[in-house]
Design a protein around this ligand. Structure first.
Ligand code: PLP
Length: 504
């Protein structure tokens, strides 16, 4: 850590001279520190128990001193620097950045949901447990699966949960299978999950159609393979149409089939993952079921299990006996649960939001979601393929994939186009993923965008794709973005050299 050369003075006139219009040059809150400032006016009592030595607690732990309006403005301005789904079209591929309906928020804020505590006696929270039961019922019905856990806090956590269940099942069978097969187009969390559980990852190549090479996969199956992890539709936005043959071969080899359900928005209400031969699959509530991503709230990644893995669901799970709902906290003899994954029961607020979304759509509405998501993605694909380049033939599922061949010899890269989109008020698409496609642009519009929004985005991207081919337009791209509070940042330095503390 090195803070040398950093100013610790409060906002200076020079800094505020950099404000322009609604764009504020926002210092770190620690740079705004002015000893003695406070949001509250407490009498200076020397013996308050919270004092540590001669210091008030805030000084002791190094929190900055600010007045209330200074603090409120600081965080409000920071929040306005965010690109978010509530401020702009956000076509980030593989992330399903759909609108978060306000009805969900209204339900989650009902005191009976927002004010309960996980340690309350279960008899006092029957309604909340009922929501868990009802959500479980819908997710099991939609997926055709046998058992579910709502505990995981994200998709990646769900992967860990499903793969831990597979590991437990193998242990119960007395087998020590070491290998997990993962297609090379997989999301990075798949190999990371397998490795975190001590498996060896073996990568399976894609074929010329952007699907996993079935024969290469089958050739790798033997009695040392624990599982395959497969995303469907895959990260190229294409349906794995040999999935049933693949599942059969995997099961014949005594292995399990983990389905990465991140792209479930393309199938929800139309295809039951159980019918595809999947044994465990996470469902990202913050993708398919419209709960907020990231800053808007915690993620949630329930996992559904087939008959073959149902005995291994983690604790706790919901049980109903003589109309009384309870959360089973200790495994009885019948279940061979691998234990507990997380403190308490999962992200309760997200369960309320997801169930609200499901009930407000109903079965027919959910069926429509997948069709509209696929239609929107194909509209983008068809509208741009004459000026951009597509790696694979034919229509896509819920996201459109382009490669960078159309930029050949222009000196403009996928990254440059993404940065130029920022200047035009769009959050860029996912770039350089999946890795199987050179300079990938992965665009997922979701079903919640209007045709007008899609037309605006298509027109902008069209214009950029055409402009990139003329060297006279280099400036549009090379130093883009031109209009954001910061220009090009080092993409990796914050992760490689994190500064986590302001002062020693
Ligand atoms: C988003 C995603 C994940 C991980 O889910 P998180 O909720 O972000 O942890 C895994 N696989 C794919 C294909 C994804 O798109």
């Amino acid at each position: 850590m090195n803070n040398e050369g950093r100013k610790t003075t409060p906002v200076t006139a020079a800094q505020s001279a950099q404000h322009s219009g609604m764009m504020f040059e926002e210092p770190l809150i620690f740079e705004m520190d002015q000893p003695g400032r406070s949001g509250v006016d407490l009498p200076d009592v020397p013996n308050v128990p919270l004092r540590i030595g001669t210091l008030a607690p805030r000084e002791h732990i190094g929190l900055p001193n600010l007045s209330e309006p200074e603090m409120v403005r600081h965080y409000t301005r920071l929040s306005q620097k965010n690109f978010g789904i509530d401020s702009t079209f956000y076509p980030l591929g593989s992330c399903t950045m759909k609108h978060n309906p306000r009805l969900n928020e209204k339900m989650a804020r009902l005191p009976g949901f927002s004010d309960v505590h996980p340690l309350q006696p279960q008899s006092t929270v029957q309604g909340a447990i009922g929501v868990m039961k009802e959500l479980s019922h819908w997710l099991l019905t939609l997926t055709g699966m046998k058992a579910i856990t709502l505990a995981p806090a994200a998709g990646a956590h769900g992967e860990f949960c499903g793969m831990a269940a597979i590991k437990t099942a193998l242990k119960v069978r007395g087998e020590d299978r070491k290998i997990v097969l993962v297609p090379e187009s997989a999301h990075g969390t798949n190999p990371a999950t397998a490795a975190a559980l001590g498996f060896t990852v073996v990568s399976i190549p894609a074929n010329g159609r952007g699907r996993v090479d079935r024969d290469a996969l089958i050739a790798k199956l033997d009695n040392n393979v624990a599982a395959i992890m497969l995303t469907n539709p895959n990260t190229c936005g294409l349906f794995e149409n040999e999935i049933i043959e693949i599942a059969d071969a995997v099961h014949k080899a005594g292995a399990y089939f983990y389905g990465d359900g991140a792209n479930y928005n393309a199938l929800v209400g139309r295809v039951r993952p159980a019918d595809l031969g999947i044994d465990a699959m996470h469902i990202n509530l913050h993708k398919t079921f419209s709960t907020p991503h990231g800053g808007g709230g915690p993620g949630s990644g329930p996992v559904v299990f087939s008959e073959r893995l149902a005995a291994y669901v983690p604790l706790p799970y919901v049980k109903i006996e003589q109309d009384i709902l309870s959360l089973v906290e200790h495994a009885d003899d019948a279940a061979q649960s691998f234990g507990r994954l997380k403190a308490f029961h999962g992200q309760m607020g997200m369960f309320v939001r997801a169930l609200t979304y499901i009930l407000s759509h109903g079965a027919d509405g959910l069926y429509q979601v997948a069709s509209d998501a696929v239609l929107n993605a194909n509209y983008i694909l068809a509208s741009l393929k004459d000026v951009m380049s597509t790696p694979f033939e034919g229509p896509c599922m819920h996201e459109a994939l382009f490669d960078d061949r159309f930029l050949k010899d222009t000196g403009v890269t996928t990254l440059d186009i993404a940065k130029a989109l920022l200047d035009r008020g769009y959050h860029p698409m996912t770039m350089y993923f999946p890795l199987v496609v050179h300079g990938a642009f992965l665009i997922e519009p979701t079903e919640t965008e209007s045709k007008a929004t899609l037309d605006g985005f298509i027109a902008t991207l069209r214009e950029l794709a055409i402009a990139a081919k003329d060297p006279a337009n280099k400036e549009l791209f090379i130093n883009a973005p031109h209009t954001t509070p910061r220009r090009r940042l080092d993409e990796t330095r914050a992760a490689r050299q994190p500064i986590l503390r302001w002062k020693e």
